[in-house]
Design a binder for this molecule. Sequence first.
Ligand code: ZN
Length: 130
Amino acid sequence: MKRALGYAWAAPATAIGLACALLALVCGARVRAHRGAIECTGGELGQIVNALPRPVAFVAITLGHVILAVSPEVLERMREHEHVHVRQYERWGVLLPPAYALASLWQLARGRAPYAHNPFEREARERSGA
Ligand SMILES: [Zn+2]
């Protein structure tokens, strides 16, 4: 029951993730279900992400129950970290993106790195052993 609520609570972000995964699939990415999430890797995803402006570029990202990674190798390296973000979506649901952004801004206002010191990223690093 708790897990079902987590899926429902994260569903809006998952819907955005599924749209991204569908686009990536059209561009040759591979998609599979793993540990309760959809993992999407490869294809032209790496080139598309590399074309993004530096502040929004990524090697792997989690949107609800969808994980997008630029390559299978990156996914293998980042899998545990990204699955911690999946659990965060189950706890925070639709509030995670604004909470994440506010946490980054708070770190920036304190003169700290908005990504590295973001508490959601710190939790993901600690729980994934990265
Ligand atoms: Zn992360």
